[in-house]
Design a protein around this ligand. Structure first.
Ligand SMILES: Nc1ncnc2c1ncn2[C@@H]1O[C@H](COP(=O)(O)OP(=O)(O)OP(=O)(O)O)[C@@H](O)[C@H]1O
Length: 585
């Protein structure tokens, strides 16, 4: 039983929609009593007519009419109120899900398939989570109704006590079918996400260009079709299995119901029970079937709602666990950043192994290595996007995990090779590098080159960029990169500045200019805060200027020193440097 999920959902409903939730809680037991009262009223009417008892007829009519009216109106009220509670409380959940996804300081949950599957199942589905969860009230209502009905049937003949028992196989099968449907949904979620991704790939101008050049558009469409077919096949198999099981459960009950009617008819003929009892059994028996269908549906929906609530709680747990550090980073780095025996894995084999490295305060450090050697992963650990799976990472002696993630992020600036193309106004696309200072983008725009981009835009910094949020101006790759670089200049006093291949899309002149500005900024940061500049690059003309060069291979550090040290060592670095230098000779 998912008590934690039930407590959470009910707690949120009572907190945000107390009136409506209490109304639903009161209507639940009433909804269980009234159908039985309707059946009893009908029995009284028949018996009253047959015995000529007018008062019994009137009492039966009042009882049946009142209860019947409540059954009709009550179910409508419950339906509307459940929808309203779902929409209001669901919106609150959606806002939180969005905030947690966007602000969990580490990004591991966005790079792991299982986590993405869970997020996929609740993203934007807050109202559905709540309304499905509230179906639990229908389960309780049907359960209570079943108890009342059993007591009334036992009053006709004790054997009829067994009638609801024939519903048990159906209920047990419902749990199986609910799990089966859930499993099919989980199995298709990943394919669904992949299909959406493929759709985005073929419809986004950038990727569409490469797909066309590589003549692989049809391949992508074929892949999407295969995923859709696989998804449909999984759901079809699940629907068949669920349908078969549901039918088998229903047949068992229908046979028992016919037996009950036969028995009551014989009892009425022999005068053991009143003729009205036959109507009572027929009415309640008929309702058992309908109620069972409701119960089946409600159980499935509740199961789904509680599973979704489980994912919601998992995300909340992730969020709460992630913000454990509360200490503030130093104003100025004195010693630097130290990694001791750091290991890291994305869940599979280790990607970083036994990294021992000291990044001295004020230094410019270059990371060099083949593709896939672990450079970007090391950068992600330093930025706090991931936590090491082994070893320690300290900033002036304080473990990075003990620093408040937001506080650390405020002292880190970065420019990545896979930078984002924010579809905002041009000045905003730069300003989001440090939101509180969005009004002061001038210096950053100059240093990163965005000022040159603004000068060519029809409305300067007020021009909307890209097509995602309206009809904005599309920029070239290099222009987007200048915007991204300027963002990195927004933070005035970083302790760590990361440049992960930030100039890949720039021409040689722009690249030279950007690095000159970075070198100048690095000197400023060094003087002001002892800030470290970490450079990931494949271009040795840039790398050789660094104070410390770290060579990675297969997730390990194989060489470390200045350019002169490493050339003298005549190892991997010297070899790579020679290769690139000879290409220009
Ligand atoms: N999100 C992820 N999930 C699983 N494995 C990953 C993920 N990101 C990277 N890897 C793996 O980790 C290893 C190191 O990748 P990383 O991106 O750190 O290399 P890199 O040295 O920066 O490469 P490049 O020079 O191509 O940018 C690679 O084997 C890669 O496949």
């Amino acid at each position: 039983m998912k008590f934690r999920e039930i407590r959470t959902l009910l707690g949120e409903c009572l907190r945000h929609q107390p009136g409506r939730t209490w109304l639903l809680l009161v209507l639940t037991p009433l909804g269980a009593i009234t159908p039985a009262l309707t059946a009893l009223g009908l029995q009284w009417i028949v018996d009253g007519v047959l015995t000529g008892d007018r008062r019994q007829v009137v009492a039966g009519a009042v009882c049946a009419a009142t209860a019947g009216a409540f059954v009709l109106a009550g179910s409508r009220v419950v339906q509307v109120q459940t929808g309203l509670v779902g929409s209001e409380v669901g919106t609150v959940l959606d806002r939180r899900i969005m905030r947690w996804c966007a602000t969990i300081p580490t990004t591991a949950h966005l790079e792991d398939t299982e986590s993405l599957r869970r997020i996929e199942q609740i993203r934007g589905l807050g109202p559905r989570t709540v309304t499905f969860g509230l179906s639990g009230l229908s389960v309780a209502q049907s359960g209570l109704w079943l108890v009342i009905t059993t007591v009334l049937l036992a009053g006709v003949h004790p054997v009829l006590l067994a009638l609801p028992l024939f519903a048990v196989p159906s209920i047990l099968l419902t749990r199986t079918t609910s799990r089966r449907t859930e499993a099919a949904r989980a199995e298709t979620a990943e394919r669904n996400r992949a299909e959406q991704h493929l759709f985005a790939l073929v419809t986004e101008a950038n990727s569409a260009k490469e797909l066309r050049l590589g003549a692989s558009g049809a391949h992508a469409a074929g892949l999407a079709r295969r995923l859709r077919e696989e998804r449909a096949a999984i759901m079809w198999r699940a629907t068949l299995a669920v349908g078969g099981l549901t039918l088998a459960g229903s047949l068992v009950f229908v046979a028992a119901f016919l037996g009950a009617l036969f028995l009551t008819a014989r009892l009425a003929l022999s005068g053991t029970v009143s003729p009205g009892a036959l109507l009572l059994v027929a009415t309640l028996g008929g309702q058992i079937r309908g109620q069972l269908e409701l119960l089946t549906e409600a159980l499935t929906r509740t199961g789904r709602g509680l599973t979704m609530t489980g994912h919601y709680l998992w995300l909340r747990g992730l969020y709460e666990a992630s913000g454990s550090g509360v200490r503030t980073p130093p104003d100025r780095l004195r010693d630097g950043i130290t990694l001791t025996g750091v290991d890291f894995s994305y869940g599979g084999p280790p990607v970083l192994r036994g990294i021992d490295l000291h990044l001295p305060a004020g230094a410019t450090v270059a990371l060099v290595g083949d593709h896939g050697s672990g450079k970007t992963t090391l950068v992600k650990l330093l930025c706090g996007f991931h936590r090491p799976t082994g070893g320690t990472l300290t900033v002036d002696g304080t473990p990075l995990a003990d620093l408040g993630p937001e506080a650390w992020r405020e002292r880190v600036t970065s420019a990545f090779q896979d930078f984002s193309r924010f579809p905002f106004l041009a000045r905003e696309a730069v300003g989001v590098g440090d939101l509180p200072r969005i009004g002061e983008i001038g210096r950053a725009a100059e240093k990163g080159g965005a000022a040159q981009v603004f000068a060519r835009l029809p409305e300067g910094g007020e021009t909307r960029l890209g097509k995602a949020l309206g009809d904005g101006v599309e920029l070239s790759g290099g222009q987007w990169q200048k915007i991204a670089l300027s963002r990195a200049f927004m933070r005035p006093a970083p302790l760590l500045a990361v440049l992960d291949e930030p100039t890949a899309a720039l021409d040689a002149a722009s690249e030279y200019e950007v690095y000159q500005r970075y070198a100048e900024a690095a000197r400023e940061w060094q003087r002001a805060t002892g800030g470290i500049t970490l450079l990931v690059s494949h271009r040795f003309a840039t790398i050789r200027m660094a104070d410390l060069i770290v060579v990675l291979d297969g997730g390990r550090i194989i060489e470390c020193g200045t350019h002169a040290d490493l050339v003298a060592l005549d190892g991997r670095y010297a070899h790579l440097y020679d290769l690139q230098a000879s290409a220009y000779r």
